[in-house]
Write a protein that binds this ligand. Structure first.
Ligand code: AMP
Ligand code: ZN
Length: 490
């Protein structure tokens, strides 16, 4: 099977053949959440996209070290260089310790991602656990002449860096355009240029999250934590760095500049960005309140929905869009995904009921090759899902005797469907997990259908109607055809 994976690198703005720096080992870093409130569905989309990418790399046989940080300090309100830390602000409002906020929302984040069947990263470092590493990097950048200290704070000197490097290399922005888009410094600012960004900030007396440093009692800037944690666990140059599209600038642009100033090399080979989830056509965002929380979606407890949805249906809905496309959330789209998910899972379960024949056909290998070609084309999950539905149609043909499958092909197909549906797409509730429950359900329904048949034969219409109406009320419909009675979940 072809192993040539192509992925879209935001740095070159092209699809490139994936070649890890160290043969079969892949280092992958994904910017994690700032743990000051519940993650919303938009945040989840980004983390689920990278979960799918991680799963496919593993499926291809790579040994992946997946690092995703927790931002528990240094991220100021409005992503600014001045003002209050998001976590400190929340702690002040709730009158608790900042670390209580961090603990509460880290636990919540893990719970939500577990619901979505996301695999935890191999390392989940925190910014506060890596203050010394951040200080060491800042010292080195100062010694290279690329950062300066003012009144106990340290800023990265973008102009100086840009003399020999390219600030804007990732976001494709020109420094002149960036300059004209910023307001003049008002004379109050400590920065030499409005583009300079904080590496270390001196803490004001009320700022309670503070650490000792060579420059002041203070705290690190937001961008530097990711440089410290990624280089510590993945090395000075590593394979994949990911995050949501909105992190490309300034966060990732600043990461490149800092790391390059620190080590003299580009830190990342492939930059991957997952696109945004929108609600009512606008970015889902905590700050604007245009959000939907996963728990609201599961319970249906929101005016946006008439009912709740299984987390696996939501995951399937996300996988139906390419990770680089904007995805708009809507109730109708989720209803359609729910149908699609059940159709796929039912066919997947029904594999066990297929009758095998002596003849093999080319068909199975064609289907499997199509799964790989979709995923090798920059993790194209919507095409993969379309290909899986082609397989579903074909399975249905085998069921009614219009096509044949050999035993060996059936074993192969099951293995690959298991790998792609459960392994790569991360969808549970199918063959592997629910077989036992599904088999029991089948057996119970067989008995009920038999009882109804007997009642009808005895002209006991009261019983036969009671059976059908009770099943309908439970969301199960039955259909009488020439071949017999079948049932399905509504
Ligand atoms: P934050 O906690 O705000 O730093 O965000 C955590 C992750 O979620 C980052 O990778 C963001 O880019 C991503 N993110 C934020 N809003 C959205 C959205 N509406 N859709 C998809 N990803 C998002
Ligand atoms: Zn980051």
């Amino acid at each position: 099977m072809t192993k040539e994976l192509k992925l879209y690198n935001s740095l070159s703005a092209e699809k490139e053949v994936f070649k890890p720096i160290h043969s079969n080992y892949v280092g992958m870093y994904v910017c994690g959440p700032t743990v000051y409130s519940d993650v919303h569905l938009g945040n989840c989309r980004t983390f689920i996209s990278f979960d799918m990418i991680y799963r496919y790399l593993i499926h291809l046989g790579y040994k992946v070290r997946y690092v995703r940080n927790i931002t528990d300090a240094g991220h100021l309100v409005d992503d600014a260089d001045e003002g209050e830390d998001k976590i400190v602000k929340k702690a002040r409002l709730e009158q608790v310790e900042p670390m209580e906020i961090v603990q509460k929302y880290t636990v919540g984040f893990h719970d939500i991602l577990r619901n979505f069947n996301a695999i935890p990263p191999n390392i989940e470092p925190t910014a506060t656990g890596h203050i010394q590493e951040q200080i060491n990097i800042i010292e080195k950048i100062i010694s290279q002449g690329l950062a300066y200290e003012v009144n106990g704070s340290v800023y990265f000197n973008v102009d100086k860096y840009n003399e020999t490097a390219d600030y804007g290399i990732l976001s494709k922005r020109k420094i002149e355009d960036l300059m004209s888009g910023t307001r003049e410094l008002d004379g109050q600012s400590e920065k030499k240029s409005p583009l300079d960004f904080a590496l270390w900030k001196k803490a004001s007396p009320e700022h309670i999250m503070r650490w000792n440093s060579p420059w002041s009692d203070g705290f690190p800037g937001w961008h530097i934590e990711c440089t410290a944690m990624s280089t510590k666990y993945l090395g000075e140059s590593f394979d994949i760095h990911g995050g949501g599209m909105d992190l490309k600038f300034p966060h990732h642009e600043c990461e490149i500049a800092q790391a390059q100033a620190f080590t003299g090399k580009p830190p990342v080979k492939y930059w991957l960005h997952a696109n945004l989830l929108t609600l009512n056509g606008k970015k889902m965002s905590k700050s604007t309140g245009n959000t939907l929380l996963p728990d609201e979606l599961f319970s249906g407890d929101t005016p946006l929905l008439e009912k709740g949805f299984d987390p696996m249906v939501v995951r399937f809905f996300m996988m139906q869009a390419h990770y680089r496309s904007v995805l708009d959330f809507s109730y109708d789209a989720l209803l359609a995904s729910e149908k699609g998910y059940h159709k796929l899972m039912t066919a997947y379960k029904d594999l066990d009921k297929l009758k095998v024949s002596e003849e093999s056909s080319e068909e199975v290998s064609k289907h499997i090759a199509a799964y790989y070609s979709a995923m090798n084309d920059d993790f194209n999950t919507p095409i993969l899902i379309a290909n899986l539905f082609d397989t579903v149609s074909w399975i249905n043909k085998v069921k009614v005797g219009q096509a044949t499958i050999s035993k060996a092909d059936l074993i192969e197909l099951k293995k690959e469907l298991d790998a792609f549906i459960t392994g790569v797409l991360g969808l549970t509730g199918g063959q592997a997990e629910n077989n036992d429950g599904a088999n029991k359900m089948d057996a119970v329904m067989e008995v009920i259908i038999e009882l109804r048949k007997n009642a009808r034969e005895n002209k006991d219409w009261t019983s036969s109607d009671l059976i059908r109406d009770s099943l309908t009320a439970a969301g199960i419909s039955i259909k009488d055809t020439k071949e017999g009675t079948s049932w399905s979940l509504n």
